[in-house]
Ligand binder design. Structure first.
Ligand code: KIV
Ligand code: ZN
Length: 502
């Protein structure tokens, strides 16, 4: 029988630590539900002590998402562990994940503690967590730059205190894959009790090696991979979930391993996370990038047309691509829309469905065929609006070669309407300036990216904007067949995110 590798998803915790990402509780719940459909074994839902918003989101996920283990992160201190437990205790299968720095540099400069004190804190934290919850994970932060002898001691003590999973993070993405494999083998040979727990990887991508290092760990005996959808995470990101899963799936001949992931949900999960976080996926990203299955050169196209496997090692349908794409049109009704959205995994309330239906009709007036990608964009846009402080009620822009571009916007906040006008270098600039004046903020634009959601001249434009508002970076996303409207929506979405966490 093949061995199974557990997939521990940390999109909502380490992934959310990516600069500019700021998910609200509803968005986190939506991602968690999709992660459950994807079949991840563990969802790390957040770090409850860090904010009330995170605490509430972890609590909501614990109550509402069934199937996976729900984990919450806690430093090795009582108040973090109590807060984590408060957030996850309603889960079907809760896990407390506690961690402490173990490398000389981090113990000295960040913790300002001696190794023996750190070891005592780790043991006390695991004991405390174990008194609340049967499933306890212990992580040695910066394990790959720690003294091996210290790791043997601290891991052995954590296991004796009740840890059921031991995580060996390459926190700063420093190790080469073969070095990491050697470390895992070394730990397996020297840590007391290690044969009774699950060993785990958690590797960052600073040198672009996170996936390779995680797979090397698995080859050396690790049976849990911590990873994030689209490789999101601190700095250069975390191990990419979709890449690890497809490596394990595609190279069973060498690895002899399986996961519980329903691979056909991969693309949808990647797109949902991209839309809600505002992080676009690079076109040449393995597995989920727009070009991952696109063949440009004539020789490759010829080969694939004759026999797909000539130049494709992954079957696109296996990751959920190229299933039914053109689905609905102008004459489709509310019932058809609801059914298709349910097939896509969206459970909308009546009022959400009404909002989505209005958007669908407006889009169907402009666009002949509405694809699944369009529908997913509609649902995401509706969710953004529902959670918004300000909504865009009206936008008018005008420009001519001999006139300065101008814009008028009307925003709704609770039941009042605010109207503003502004001019700018272009229509997008004028619209954003009018919005800034209406909300009374002075955001600085850091980046602006436009992509088409589907092919064709009538494609919806998907705009991502990064703003600096009073020193905080926020990402906004907006979708429309009109690029100027999509830009205004993205700009307002970023402002709403700022205001909802201000
Ligand atoms: O990178 C890291 O070490 C972490 C730990 C909290 C597991 O994110
Ligand atoms: Zn991390």
């Amino acid at each position: 029988m093949m061995d199974n590798v557990l997939i521990f998803d940390t999109t909502l915790r380490d992934g959310e630590q990516s600069p500019g990402i700021s998910l609200n509780a509803g968005e986190k719940l939506e991602i968690a539900r999709q992660l459950a459909r994807l079949g991840v074994d563990i969802i790390e839902a957040g770090f409850p002590i860090t904010s009330l918003g995170d605490f509430e989101a972890v609590k909501a996920i614990s109550k509402q998402v069934k199937g996976p283990v729900i984990a919450a992160l806690a430093r090795a201190v009582d108040k973090d562990i109590d807060r984590a437990w408060e957030a996850i205790q309603a889960a079907e299968r809760p896990r407390i994940h506690t961690f402490i720095n173990t490398s000389p540099v981090q113990m000295k400069y960040q913790l300002k503690k001696e190794p023996d004190e750190v070891l005592e804190m780790a043991v006390a934290a695991v004991r405390k967590a174990k008194s609340l919850c049967a499933d306890v994970e212990f992580s040695a932060m910066d394990a790959t730059r720690s003294e091996p002898a210290f790791l043997y001691r601290i891991f052995g003590a954590a296991i004796a205190a009740g840890a059921t999973t031991i995580n060996v993070p390459d926190t700063v993405g420093f190790m080469l894959p073969e070095e990491y494999a050697a470390l895992i083998k070394d730990l397996r040979a020297n840590v007391a009790g290690i044969e009774n727990i699950v060993l785990s990887t958690h590797n960052h991508n600073d040198l672009g090696l996170a996936v390779a290092t995680s797979i090397a760990g698995v080859e050396a005996g690790v049976r849990q991979i911590e990873c994030a959808v689209n490789g999101l995470g601190e700095r250069a990101g975390n191990t990419s979930l979709e890449e690890c899963v497809m490596i394990i799936d595609t190279r069973q001949d060498i690895l002899g391993l399986t996961t519980n992931i329903n691979t056909e949900e991969i693309i949808r999960t990647s797109r949902l996370v991209s839309r809600l976080t505002g992080y676009m996926v690079q076109a040449n990203k393995a597995v989920v990038g727009a070009n991952a299955f696109a063949h440009e050169s004539g020789i490759h196209q010829d080969g694939v047309l004759k026999e797909r496997t000539t130049f494709e090692i992954l079957d696109p349908t296996k990751v959920g691509l190229a299933k039914s794409q053109i689905v609905l049109g102008k004459t489709s009704g509310r019932h058809g829309l609801r059914e298709r959205l349910e097939e896509l995994g969206y459970e909308l309330s009546d009022s959400e469905l009404n909002g989505a239906f209005e958007r669908f009709k407006a889009l169907a007036d402009k666009k002949h065929e509405i694809s699944d990608d369009d529908l997913e964009a509609i649902v995401a846009e509706e969710a953004r609006e529902v959670a918004a402080v300000y909504s865009l009620e009206y936008l008018k822009t005008a420009s001519a070669s001999d006139e300065q571009p101008a814009a008028t916007v009307r925003l709704k906040k609770n039941n009042s309407i605010i109207e503003q006008q502004a001019t700018g270098d272009g229509q997008v600039n004028a619209a954003c300036r009018a919005i800034a004046a209406a909300v009374g903020l002075e955001p600085k634009l850091l980046s602006y990216v436009v992509q088409a959601i589907t092919g064709g001249l009538d494609a919806q434009g998907d705009v991502m904007i990064k703003l600096d508002i009073n020193g905080r970076q926020v990402l906004g996303r907006g979708v429309s067949t009109d690029i100027i409207e999509a830009s205004a929506r993205a700009y307002l979405n970023a402002i709403n995110k700022y205001l909802s966490k201000a």
